[in-house]
Design a protein around this ligand. Structure first.
Ligand SMILES: *Cc1c(COP(=O)(O)O)cnc(C)c1O
Length: 389
Protein backbone atom coordinates (compact mmCIF):
# COMPACT_ATOMS: atom_id res chain seq x y z
CA UNK A 1 0.00 0.00 0.00
CA UNK A 2 3.05 2.28 0.24
CA UNK A 3 5.49 3.24 -2.46
CA UNK A 4 8.88 2.88 -0.82
CA UNK A 5 12.02 3.10 -2.98
CA UNK A 6 13.41 -0.27 -4.00
CA UNK A 7 15.99 -1.55 -1.54
CA UNK A 8 15.28 1.01 1.14
CA UNK A 9 14.50 -0.15 4.67
CA UNK A 10 12.51 2.69 6.13
CA UNK A 11 12.74 2.83 9.91
CA UNK A 12 11.58 6.42 10.25
CA UNK A 13 7.81 6.23 9.96
CA UNK A 14 7.68 7.73 13.45
CA UNK A 15 8.99 10.98 11.95
CA UNK A 16 7.56 11.03 8.42
CA UNK A 17 5.41 8.19 7.12
CA UNK A 18 5.95 6.94 3.53
CA UNK A 19 3.80 7.80 0.53
CA UNK A 20 0.65 5.74 -0.03
CA UNK A 21 0.63 4.25 -3.54
CA UNK A 22 -2.68 5.97 -4.22
CA UNK A 23 -1.33 9.43 -3.41
CA UNK A 24 -0.23 10.49 -6.94
CA UNK A 25 -3.57 9.61 -8.55
CA UNK A 26 -5.50 11.19 -5.67
CA UNK A 27 -3.59 14.45 -5.86
CA UNK A 28 -3.91 14.47 -9.63
CA UNK A 29 -7.67 13.94 -9.36
CA UNK A 30 -7.83 16.80 -6.86
CA UNK A 31 -5.94 19.09 -9.21
CA UNK A 32 -7.91 18.25 -12.33
CA UNK A 33 -11.39 17.33 -11.12
CA UNK A 34 -11.58 19.69 -8.18
CA UNK A 35 -9.33 22.75 -8.41
CA UNK A 36 -9.21 23.07 -12.21
CA UNK A 37 -12.81 22.06 -12.89
CA UNK A 38 -14.72 23.43 -9.95
CA UNK A 39 -12.55 26.37 -8.98
CA UNK A 40 -14.26 28.34 -6.21
CA UNK A 41 -17.43 26.25 -6.48
CA UNK A 42 -15.40 23.41 -4.93
CA UNK A 43 -15.96 24.85 -1.44
CA UNK A 44 -19.53 23.57 -1.83
CA UNK A 45 -19.46 20.96 -4.57
CA UNK A 46 -16.42 19.10 -3.25
CA UNK A 47 -17.08 19.67 0.47
CA UNK A 48 -13.86 21.64 0.95
CA UNK A 49 -15.46 23.78 3.64
CA UNK A 50 -16.31 20.82 5.86
CA UNK A 51 -13.34 18.63 5.02
CA UNK A 52 -11.63 19.61 8.29
CA UNK A 53 -14.60 18.02 10.07
CA UNK A 54 -14.96 14.97 7.81
CA UNK A 55 -11.28 14.12 8.20
CA UNK A 56 -11.50 14.91 11.90
CA UNK A 57 -14.19 12.27 12.33
CA UNK A 58 -12.05 9.69 10.55
CA UNK A 59 -9.09 10.43 12.80
CA UNK A 60 -11.43 10.42 15.78
CA UNK A 61 -12.35 6.84 15.00
CA UNK A 62 -8.68 5.88 15.50
CA UNK A 63 -8.71 7.23 19.05
CA UNK A 64 -12.14 6.35 20.37
CA UNK A 65 -13.69 9.76 19.73
CA UNK A 66 -17.31 10.12 18.70
CA UNK A 67 -18.14 12.06 15.55
CA UNK A 68 -18.20 15.82 15.87
CA UNK A 69 -15.41 16.07 18.44
CA UNK A 70 -12.28 16.27 16.24
CA UNK A 71 -11.15 18.63 13.48
CA UNK A 72 -7.99 18.74 11.40
CA UNK A 73 -6.03 21.78 10.35
CA UNK A 74 -2.97 23.92 10.98
CA UNK A 75 0.09 22.39 12.63
CA UNK A 76 0.52 20.57 15.89
CA UNK A 77 2.35 23.52 17.46
CA UNK A 78 -0.74 25.66 16.81
CA UNK A 79 -3.11 22.99 18.10
CA UNK A 80 -1.07 22.72 21.33
CA UNK A 81 -1.39 26.48 21.77
CA UNK A 82 -5.16 26.34 21.19
CA UNK A 83 -5.72 23.46 23.56
CA UNK A 84 -3.60 24.84 26.40
CA UNK A 85 -5.16 28.30 26.05
CA UNK A 86 -8.62 26.73 26.23
CA UNK A 87 -7.61 24.68 29.26
CA UNK A 88 -6.30 27.74 31.11
CA UNK A 89 -9.60 29.52 30.53
CA UNK A 90 -11.37 26.66 32.34
CA UNK A 91 -9.45 27.31 35.59
CA UNK A 92 -9.11 31.10 35.74
CA UNK A 93 -7.68 31.19 39.27
CA UNK A 94 -4.90 28.64 38.73
CA UNK A 95 -1.47 29.60 37.45
CA UNK A 96 0.48 26.37 36.81
CA UNK A 97 0.91 24.43 33.59
CA UNK A 98 2.51 21.06 34.25
CA UNK A 99 4.43 19.16 31.60
CA UNK A 100 7.73 17.28 31.75
CA UNK A 101 11.29 17.61 30.53
CA UNK A 102 10.83 14.72 28.09
CA UNK A 103 8.24 16.62 26.08
CA UNK A 104 8.98 17.67 22.52
CA UNK A 105 10.39 21.18 22.81
CA UNK A 106 7.87 22.90 20.52
CA UNK A 107 5.07 22.05 22.97
CA UNK A 108 7.03 23.75 25.74
CA UNK A 109 7.98 26.69 23.49
CA UNK A 110 4.35 27.28 22.52
CA UNK A 111 3.37 27.34 26.18
CA UNK A 112 6.21 29.77 26.92
CA UNK A 113 4.85 32.05 24.20
CA UNK A 114 1.33 31.73 25.56
CA UNK A 115 2.53 32.56 29.07
CA UNK A 116 4.33 35.67 27.81
CA UNK A 117 1.29 36.74 25.83
CA UNK A 118 -1.08 36.33 28.78
CA UNK A 119 1.38 38.07 31.13
CA UNK A 120 -0.67 36.97 34.14
CA UNK A 121 1.85 35.15 36.31
CA UNK A 122 1.62 31.67 34.79
CA UNK A 123 4.45 29.18 35.27
CA UNK A 124 5.39 26.09 33.31
CA UNK A 125 6.74 23.21 35.38
CA UNK A 126 8.83 20.53 33.65
CA UNK A 127 9.81 17.84 36.16
CA UNK A 128 11.31 14.51 35.15
CA UNK A 129 8.65 12.36 33.48
CA UNK A 130 8.51 9.91 36.39
CA UNK A 131 7.74 12.78 38.79
CA UNK A 132 4.77 14.17 36.87
CA UNK A 133 2.19 12.07 38.67
CA UNK A 134 3.22 13.29 42.11
CA UNK A 135 3.31 16.92 40.93
CA UNK A 136 -0.34 16.94 39.88
CA UNK A 137 -1.80 19.16 42.60
CA UNK A 138 -4.68 21.58 42.91
CA UNK A 139 -2.36 24.39 41.74
CA UNK A 140 -2.32 22.89 38.25
CA UNK A 141 -4.60 24.43 35.66
CA UNK A 142 -3.45 22.33 32.71
CA UNK A 143 -1.52 19.08 32.52
CA UNK A 144 0.08 18.99 29.07
CA UNK A 145 1.58 15.58 28.39
CA UNK A 146 2.98 13.89 25.32
CA UNK A 147 2.27 10.22 25.81
CA UNK A 148 5.38 8.86 24.08
CA UNK A 149 8.78 10.51 24.51
CA UNK A 150 10.15 11.45 21.09
CA UNK A 151 13.66 10.46 22.06
CA UNK A 152 13.61 7.30 24.16
CA UNK A 153 10.03 6.13 23.44
CA UNK A 154 9.09 5.99 27.15
CA UNK A 155 5.32 5.89 27.46
CA UNK A 156 3.21 7.61 30.10
CA UNK A 157 0.21 5.94 31.72
CA UNK A 158 -2.33 8.41 30.37
CA UNK A 159 -5.29 6.83 32.10
CA UNK A 160 -3.68 7.24 35.52
CA UNK A 161 -2.46 10.78 34.82
CA UNK A 162 -5.85 11.90 33.51
CA UNK A 163 -7.68 10.40 36.48
CA UNK A 164 -5.35 12.12 38.94
CA UNK A 165 -5.58 15.45 37.08
CA UNK A 166 -9.37 15.31 37.16
CA UNK A 167 -9.38 14.43 40.86
CA UNK A 168 -7.67 17.79 41.59
CA UNK A 169 -9.71 19.77 39.05
CA UNK A 170 -7.01 20.13 36.39
CA UNK A 171 -7.58 19.92 32.64
CA UNK A 172 -5.56 17.55 30.46
CA UNK A 173 -4.04 18.19 27.05
CA UNK A 174 -2.84 14.87 25.65
CA UNK A 175 -0.33 15.17 22.80
CA UNK A 176 -0.70 12.08 20.62
CA UNK A 177 2.04 12.88 18.08
CA UNK A 178 3.70 9.50 18.67
CA UNK A 179 0.53 7.63 19.66
CA UNK A 180 -2.01 8.04 16.88
CA UNK A 181 -1.62 5.20 14.40
CA UNK A 182 0.80 3.39 16.69
CA UNK A 183 -1.12 2.58 19.87
CA UNK A 184 -4.71 1.68 20.65
CA UNK A 185 -5.85 4.85 22.41
CA UNK A 186 -9.23 5.92 23.68
CA UNK A 187 -10.11 9.49 24.53
CA UNK A 188 -13.64 8.54 25.56
CA UNK A 189 -12.66 5.72 27.91
CA UNK A 190 -9.95 7.84 29.53
CA UNK A 191 -12.27 10.84 29.71
CA UNK A 192 -9.59 13.11 28.30
CA UNK A 193 -10.35 16.81 27.87
CA UNK A 194 -8.21 17.80 24.88
CA UNK A 195 -6.13 15.68 22.53
CA UNK A 196 -3.88 16.95 19.77
CA UNK A 197 -1.54 15.31 17.30
CA UNK A 198 0.02 15.39 13.88
CA UNK A 199 -0.80 13.24 10.87
CA UNK A 200 2.52 13.04 9.03
CA UNK A 201 4.12 10.54 11.43
CA UNK A 202 2.40 7.16 11.90
CA UNK A 203 -0.68 8.21 9.89
CA UNK A 204 1.40 8.84 6.72
CA UNK A 205 -0.41 12.03 5.64
CA UNK A 206 2.69 13.55 3.99
CA UNK A 207 5.22 16.22 4.95
CA UNK A 208 3.43 19.10 6.69
CA UNK A 209 0.10 17.24 6.73
CA UNK A 210 -2.49 19.00 8.92
CA UNK A 211 -2.71 18.43 12.66
CA UNK A 212 -5.83 17.56 14.65
CA UNK A 213 -7.54 18.60 17.85
CA UNK A 214 -10.14 16.72 19.90
CA UNK A 215 -12.37 18.36 22.49
CA UNK A 216 -14.48 16.29 24.90
CA UNK A 217 -18.18 16.60 24.00
CA UNK A 218 -18.95 17.91 27.51
CA UNK A 219 -16.73 20.96 26.78
CA UNK A 220 -17.98 21.88 23.33
CA UNK A 221 -20.50 24.43 24.57
CA UNK A 222 -18.02 26.41 26.60
CA UNK A 223 -14.54 25.85 25.17
CA UNK A 224 -12.89 29.18 24.39
CA UNK A 225 -11.20 29.49 21.01
CA UNK A 226 -8.16 31.65 21.69
CA UNK A 227 -7.36 31.71 17.97
CA UNK A 228 -10.73 33.01 16.88
CA UNK A 229 -10.62 32.78 13.10
CA UNK A 230 -13.58 33.04 10.80
CA UNK A 231 -13.86 29.27 10.27
CA UNK A 232 -14.81 29.05 13.98
CA UNK A 233 -17.54 31.67 13.66
CA UNK A 234 -21.19 30.84 14.14
CA UNK A 235 -21.93 32.30 10.71
CA UNK A 236 -18.71 32.74 8.73
CA UNK A 237 -20.52 34.08 5.70
CA UNK A 238 -22.48 36.69 7.64
CA UNK A 239 -19.15 38.57 7.80
CA UNK A 240 -20.09 40.18 11.11
CA UNK A 241 -17.47 42.47 12.60
CA UNK A 242 -17.62 40.69 15.97
CA UNK A 243 -16.58 37.11 16.71
CA UNK A 244 -19.26 34.69 17.88
CA UNK A 245 -17.98 31.13 18.30
CA UNK A 246 -19.98 28.37 16.66
CA UNK A 247 -22.18 27.19 19.54
CA UNK A 248 -21.69 23.67 20.83
CA UNK A 249 -19.57 22.43 17.95
CA UNK A 250 -15.97 21.41 17.37
CA UNK A 251 -15.93 24.04 14.60
CA UNK A 252 -14.86 26.40 17.38
CA UNK A 253 -11.37 24.94 17.04
CA UNK A 254 -11.14 25.63 13.32
CA UNK A 255 -9.22 28.80 12.41
CA UNK A 256 -9.00 29.73 8.73
CA UNK A 257 -8.57 28.43 5.19
CA UNK A 258 -6.60 25.20 5.02
CA UNK A 259 -4.64 23.48 2.24
CA UNK A 260 -7.18 21.27 0.47
CA UNK A 261 -4.31 19.63 -1.43
CA UNK A 262 -2.87 18.52 1.91
CA UNK A 263 -6.31 17.33 3.01
CA UNK A 264 -6.49 15.21 -0.14
CA UNK A 265 -3.24 13.45 0.73
CA UNK A 266 -4.39 12.87 4.29
CA UNK A 267 -7.67 11.46 3.03
CA UNK A 268 -5.75 8.97 0.89
CA UNK A 269 -3.61 7.94 3.84
CA UNK A 270 -6.68 7.47 6.03
CA UNK A 271 -8.22 5.10 3.48
CA UNK A 272 -5.51 2.63 4.48
CA UNK A 273 -6.45 2.93 8.16
CA UNK A 274 -10.07 2.00 7.46
CA UNK A 275 -9.06 -1.66 7.39
CA UNK A 276 -6.46 -1.62 10.15
CA UNK A 277 -6.98 -2.83 13.69
CA UNK A 278 -4.75 -0.88 16.06
CA UNK A 279 -4.48 -3.83 18.45
CA UNK A 280 -2.95 -5.84 15.59
CA UNK A 281 -0.60 -2.97 14.79
CA UNK A 282 0.47 -2.77 18.41
CA UNK A 283 1.15 -6.47 18.87
CA UNK A 284 3.11 -6.63 15.62
CA UNK A 285 5.06 -3.52 16.60
CA UNK A 286 6.02 -5.17 19.89
CA UNK A 287 7.05 -8.39 18.14
CA UNK A 288 9.24 -6.47 15.65
CA UNK A 289 10.70 -4.20 18.33
CA UNK A 290 11.61 -7.09 20.62
CA UNK A 291 13.33 -8.84 17.71
CA UNK A 292 15.17 -5.64 16.74
CA UNK A 293 16.41 -5.06 20.29
CA UNK A 294 17.58 -8.64 20.74
CA UNK A 295 19.39 -8.62 17.39
CA UNK A 296 21.10 -5.27 18.00
CA UNK A 297 22.19 -6.33 21.48
CA UNK A 298 23.57 -9.58 20.11
CA UNK A 299 25.36 -8.14 17.07
CA UNK A 300 26.07 -4.43 17.57
CA UNK A 301 28.66 -3.68 20.22
CA UNK A 302 28.75 -0.17 21.65
CA UNK A 303 25.04 0.59 21.33
CA UNK A 304 23.06 0.94 24.56
CA UNK A 305 19.30 0.62 24.66
CA UNK A 306 17.77 3.75 26.17
CA UNK A 307 14.15 2.82 25.51
CA UNK A 308 12.31 1.01 28.28
CA UNK A 309 13.00 -2.72 28.12
CA UNK A 310 9.39 -3.55 28.96
CA UNK A 311 7.47 -3.21 25.66
CA UNK A 312 4.38 -2.06 27.53
CA UNK A 313 6.35 0.98 28.68
CA UNK A 314 7.40 1.90 25.12
CA UNK A 315 5.81 3.55 22.13
CA UNK A 316 6.53 2.28 18.63
CA UNK A 317 10.11 3.38 18.14
CA UNK A 318 13.29 2.12 19.69
CA UNK A 319 16.27 4.26 20.64
CA UNK A 320 19.88 3.40 21.22
CA UNK A 321 22.64 5.56 22.57
CA UNK A 322 25.95 5.54 20.74
CA UNK A 323 28.74 8.07 21.12
CA UNK A 324 29.09 8.44 17.35
CA UNK A 325 25.38 8.08 16.73
CA UNK A 326 25.21 10.91 14.21
CA UNK A 327 27.98 9.50 12.03
CA UNK A 328 26.65 5.96 12.39
CA UNK A 329 23.17 7.04 11.29
CA UNK A 330 24.64 8.81 8.26
CA UNK A 331 26.46 5.60 7.33
CA UNK A 332 23.23 3.62 7.72
CA UNK A 333 21.31 6.07 5.56
CA UNK A 334 24.01 5.85 2.89
CA UNK A 335 23.31 2.10 2.75
CA UNK A 336 19.54 2.53 2.51
CA UNK A 337 18.61 1.94 6.15
CA UNK A 338 16.77 5.08 7.20
CA UNK A 339 16.46 6.01 10.85
CA UNK A 340 17.28 9.32 12.46
CA UNK A 341 19.38 10.99 15.11
CA UNK A 342 18.46 13.16 18.07
CA UNK A 343 21.09 15.16 19.90
CA UNK A 344 23.28 14.50 21.74
CA UNK A 345 23.81 10.81 20.92
CA UNK A 346 20.50 9.04 20.24
CA UNK A 347 19.80 6.84 17.22
CA UNK A 348 16.06 6.34 16.65
CA UNK A 349 14.40 3.54 14.73
CA UNK A 350 10.68 3.64 13.98
CA UNK A 351 8.93 0.27 14.02
CA UNK A 352 5.91 0.54 11.77
CA UNK A 353 4.23 -2.79 10.99
CA UNK A 354 2.19 -1.48 8.05
CA UNK A 355 5.35 -1.55 5.94
CA UNK A 356 8.12 -3.22 7.99
CA UNK A 357 8.54 -6.95 8.60
CA UNK A 358 10.97 -9.29 10.39
CA UNK A 359 13.07 -9.66 7.26
CA UNK A 360 13.58 -5.89 7.05
CA UNK A 361 14.65 -5.81 10.68
CA UNK A 362 17.14 -8.61 10.16
CA UNK A 363 18.65 -6.91 7.12
CA UNK A 364 18.87 -3.55 8.90
CA UNK A 365 20.74 -5.10 11.82
CA UNK A 366 23.19 -6.80 9.46
CA UNK A 367 23.98 -3.44 7.83
CA UNK A 368 24.33 -1.79 11.23
CA UNK A 369 26.66 -4.46 12.58
CA UNK A 370 28.88 -4.23 9.48
CA UNK A 371 29.11 -0.45 9.88
CA UNK A 372 30.18 -0.89 13.50
CA UNK A 373 32.58 -3.78 12.94
CA UNK A 374 34.36 -2.05 10.06
CA UNK A 375 34.09 1.41 11.66
CA UNK A 376 32.53 2.65 8.43
CA UNK A 377 30.87 5.48 10.39
CA UNK A 378 34.30 7.02 10.85
CA UNK A 379 34.66 7.99 7.17
CA UNK A 380 34.96 11.76 6.75
CA UNK A 381 31.78 12.08 4.67
CA UNK A 382 29.65 10.93 7.60
CA UNK A 383 30.86 13.72 9.89
CA UNK A 384 29.16 16.65 8.11
CA UNK A 385 26.08 17.79 10.01
CA UNK A 386 23.05 18.53 7.84
CA UNK A 387 20.42 21.15 8.66
CA UNK A 388 17.96 18.42 9.65
CA UNK A 389 19.20 15.43 11.62
C1 LIG B 1 6.42 15.89 15.92
C2 LIG B 1 5.95 16.65 17.11
C3 LIG B 1 5.59 18.00 17.03
C4 LIG B 1 5.74 18.76 15.74
O1 LIG B 1 4.99 19.92 15.73
P1 LIG B 1 4.72 20.63 14.32
O2 LIG B 1 3.94 21.85 14.65
O3 LIG B 1 3.97 19.65 13.47
O4 LIG B 1 6.04 20.94 13.71
C5 LIG B 1 5.08 18.60 18.15
N1 LIG B 1 4.97 17.94 19.32
C6 LIG B 1 5.31 16.65 19.44
C7 LIG B 1 5.15 15.96 20.76
C8 LIG B 1 5.84 15.96 18.35
O5 LIG B 1 6.22 14.69 18.47
Amino acid sequence: MFDIPEGMIYLNGNSLGPMPKEAPSAINAFLIDEWRTELVKGWNTKNWFIKSNLLGDRIGSLMGAINGTTVVGDTLSIKVFQAVAAGLAMAPKRRVILSDNGNFPTDLYMVEGLINLRNAGYTLRTPNPEDVYSQITDEVAVLMITEVDYRNSRKHDMKALIAKAHSVGATVVWDMAHSIGALPIDVTDTNTDFAVGCTYKYLNGGPGAPAFIYVAPRLLDTVEPALSGWFAHEAPFAFDLGFRPMPGKIDRMRIGTQSIAAFTLLETALDIWDDVNLYDVRSKSIELSEFFISQVEAKCQGLTLISPRDPNQRGSHVAFQFENGYECMQALIAQGVIGDFRAPDVMRFGITPLFINLDDIEKAVTVLSNILNDKIWNKPEFHNRSLVT
